[in-house]
Design a protein around this ligand. Structure first.
Ligand code: ATP
Length: 213
């Protein structure tokens, strides 16, 4: 069995930047699946966030037709803040002998040292970092050092061991961000061609990104 990809995020809302990145990583790394894990309690966020139930519904709609994309709603079944290290710990217990790859964009990787118990993540999973427009791979500091210690260019090393390596890779660069989408949706603009139609339909029918005036 190949590695399982784990793609966490607020997905507020999910868009083609997430989906295309996940598909390219699935194919390039021969992952068995990409597991989308929406964050239930994004307590680190202070910008507008729609109800978790909507974000979850949109992720489910987005991946419905894509084989090997699955939605994992475990963070919605737990109380309190959603910490990646806890989710990874549970996935590791459920899959004791499978390689796990935590997938993230370069912007998220640059914030890694602020994550709760971040240093334990490498004991649970590999970290796969996808380039994202506007962000540069760190050469210095704690992350630069981590990359020198644990970085690999060999996708095979993500298969040959269960955790601990860091793989940084280009993907098709799509300059789509959920923050910008929320702003344009609130202004009444159409998100067509930036996300699947199934997600667009939920947004338009619910009006969930239009703030009450
Ligand atoms: P925001 O713009 O509000 O920060 P976001 O678009 O980054 O949101 P998140 O749900 O926070 O969406 O992102 C989940 C993961 O997807 C993160 O690891 C992030 O780096 C990655 N990601 C988001 N957008 C892209 C993109 N356009 N290309 C590659 N990776 C992306």
């Amino acid at each position: 069995m190949g590695p399982i990809g784990i793609f966490g995020g607020t997905f507020d809302p999910i868009h083609y930047g997430h989906l295309r990145t996940a598909l390219e990583l699935l194919q390039r790394l021969s992952l068995t699946e990409v597991r989308f894990v929406p964050c239930a309690d994004p307590s680190h966020r202070d910008t507008m966030t729609v109800a978790g139930a909507f974000r979850l519904e949109m992720v489910k709609a987005a991946v419905a037709d894509q084989p090997s994309f699955v939605v994992d709603d475990r963070e919605f079944k737990r109380q309190g803040p959603s910490y990646s290290v806890d989710t990874l710990g549970r996935l590791r217990s459920e899959n004791p002998s499978v390689s796990l790859c935590l997938l993230m964009g370069l912007d998220a990787f640059l914030g890694l040292p602020d994550w709760y118990r971040w240093e334990e993540i490498s004991e649970l999973a590999h970290i796969v970092v996808a380039h994202r427009p506007g962000w540069r791979v760190p050469e210095d500091g704690v992350l630069g050092e981590l990359l020198r210690e644990r970085g690999t260019d060999e996708a095979a090393s993500l298969h040959n061991s269960m955790c601990g390596r860091i793989f940084v890779t280009p993907v098709t660069q799509l300059e789509i961000s959920a923050t910008e989408l929320r702003t344009s949706l609130n202004a009444g603009l159409d998100p067509k061609f930036l996300m699947p139609d199934s997600v667009r339909k939920i947004i338009i029918e619910s009006g969930c990104y239009v703030e009450d005036s």
